[in-house]
Design a binder for this molecule. Structure first.
Ligand code: AMP
Length: 248
């Protein structure tokens, strides 16, 4: 079974985002960029399926600038087999990403696409759902457990009221939640091995997909600064202050 794993290059989750002075977006110059953490979980899950003998090949795809090759290499070092970079310097909205991924699925014919539930840069949480709709495949979003058997995927999802279990016919789209697994660190030998794994270089034009813009970002601004707290001497003073603030 072939598994497709789309991974996005995003601002590293440890980096504090800096807003551009003109408020037009987040400043990405000279900051550390990494694989979207939910994408790491997706790669890890695919690698575990391969280790169990369920997946035969893991293809990683990223849509983004030339540097997204590094993101693909990270996935290859974790255990994916080959990569596809669909190179563009434009901001690509989830619908265009989903259209490109559909074109990749049409070409590659995987039985499973495992995506992150959201990319931590714009928190869209749309691409997996849109891809499933475009392919007319069943979807198991926010997966916290995945079991594959007899041509079906059993997906446990964390929902508000507890856990929901879905049985999906393959091929299917799965999106990963935080608790699905803990991604491995790539070992040095595997990082070296990953350098020899193939990455095909493509463009959106190769897939006949035009990158369209449907959203306009009006303004980006920092959250308001939190005011400093007050250290109180006693519980009585705390209660007094809470009363004054109208909290109790
Ligand atoms: P989003 O809908 O933007 O929150 O992203 C959800 C998931 O879609 C991500 O975790 C990735 O698996 C996939 N995805 C989104 N954008 C890209 C991209 N530019 N390249 C590859 N995969 C992407």
């Amino acid at each position: 079974m072939k598994v497709l794993v789309p991974v996005k290059r995003v601002l590293d989750y440890n980096v504090k985002a800096r807003v551009k002075p003109d408020g037009s977006g987040v400043d990405l110059s000279n900051v550390k960029m990494s694989m979207n953490p939910f994408g790491e979980i997706a790669v890890e899950e695919a690698v575990r399926l391969k280790e169990k003998g369920i997946a035969s090949e893991i293809v990683v795809v990223s849509i983004g600038p030339q540097q997204a090759q590094e993101t693909i290499r990270t996935a290859l070092a974790m255990g994916a087999d080959r990569g596809i970079l669909i190179q563009t310097d434009e901001q690509v909205e989830p619908l265009s990403v989903a259209k490109l991924l559909k074109a990749v699925v049409d070409e590659e014919q995987p039985q499973l696409a495992i995506l992150g539930k959201q990319a931590i840069d714009d928190d869209a949480n749309q691409t997996g759902q849109m891809l499933a709709a475009l392919l007319d495949w069943p979807q198991g979003t926010f997966a916290s457990k995945l079991e594959i058997a007899d041509g079906k995927a059993k997906v446990t999802r964390e929902i508000d009221g507890g856990l929901q279990t879905l049985l999906l016919e393959l091929p299917a789209v799965i999106t990963t939640d935080l608790r699905l697994n803990e991604p491995r660190y790539a070992s040095l030998p595997n990082i070296m091995k990953a350098k020899r794994k193939p990455i095909s270089m493509k463009t959106p034009d190769d897939y006949g997909v035009a990158i369209e813009t449907h959203l306009e970002q009006i303004r980006v601004f920092e959250p308001p600064k939190r005011k400093a707290g007050v250290i109180v001497e006693s519980v009585a003073e705390l209660v007094d202050n809470l009363k004054k603030a109208g909290v109790i």
